[in-house]
Design a protein around this ligand. Structure first.
Ligand code: FMN
Length: 157
């Protein structure tokens, strides 16, 4: 049985979007369904109705989310919706060169969703751009076992 997953992308220079596309392909090959939405123009309503989400997001500035994720973050922080029907995973892109703020964009998003009552499945996947590994390869390998952390109720027919 497949699982339906909404991938939300926060990106500045497109890496997270490329990662999302590889992840989508890996999920579909494994018999799941995945849609991709960049966070531009999204607000708290993106989580309305609940479901399973995969947050694929990089880090900029002093540990901030990318510009295209800012409006969604602001909306969630202002409206404080009850996200108890949301299950999510996080793919956080960063660079260990930024020691204190490594992957903080994804970590910040994780904290916010958890505070709103959403349940994270599995651990956060963190990718270090200075490691020499490709984030899209790492994420595509990570995501299929990640699905096993989801509750059976996430399954689609
Ligand atoms: C100006 C700039 C600031 C960055 N700041 C951070 C940071 O504070 N922490 C971190 O882990 N990575 C930081 N990064 C690394 C990016 O998050 C990383 O390269 C990521 O893969 C970029 O993904 P994107 O193309 O989807 O935006 C920074 C990169 C740039 C160019």
């Amino acid at each position: 049985m497949g699982v339906g997953i909404s991938i939300l992308v926060g990106t500045m220079t497109g890496t997270a979007e490329m990662v999302a596309q590889e992840v989508q392909q890996a999920l579909e090959t494994a018999g799941h369904q995945a849609t991709i939405q960049v966070m531009d123009n999204l607000d708290a309503r993106a989580f309305h109705g609940g479901g399973t989400f995969l947050i694929c997001i990089s880090t900029y500035g002093a540990g901030d989310v990318p510009d295209n994720a800012q409006a969604l973050v602001n909306s969630l922080e202002t409206e404080k919706p009850n996200l108890s029907s949301v299950t999510y995973g996080v793919i956080a892109l960063g660079d260990r060169t930024y020691k204190d703020t490594y992957c903080q964009g994804g970590i910040r998003f994780d904290k916010m969703l958890a505070e709103l009552g959403a349940k994270r499945a599995g651990e956060i996947l963190m990718h270090d751009a200075s490691s020499g590994t490709l984030p899209e390869e790492l994420a595509a390998q990570w995501v299929v076992p990640w699905v096993a952390h989801l509750a059976p109720s996430s399954e689609t027919a």
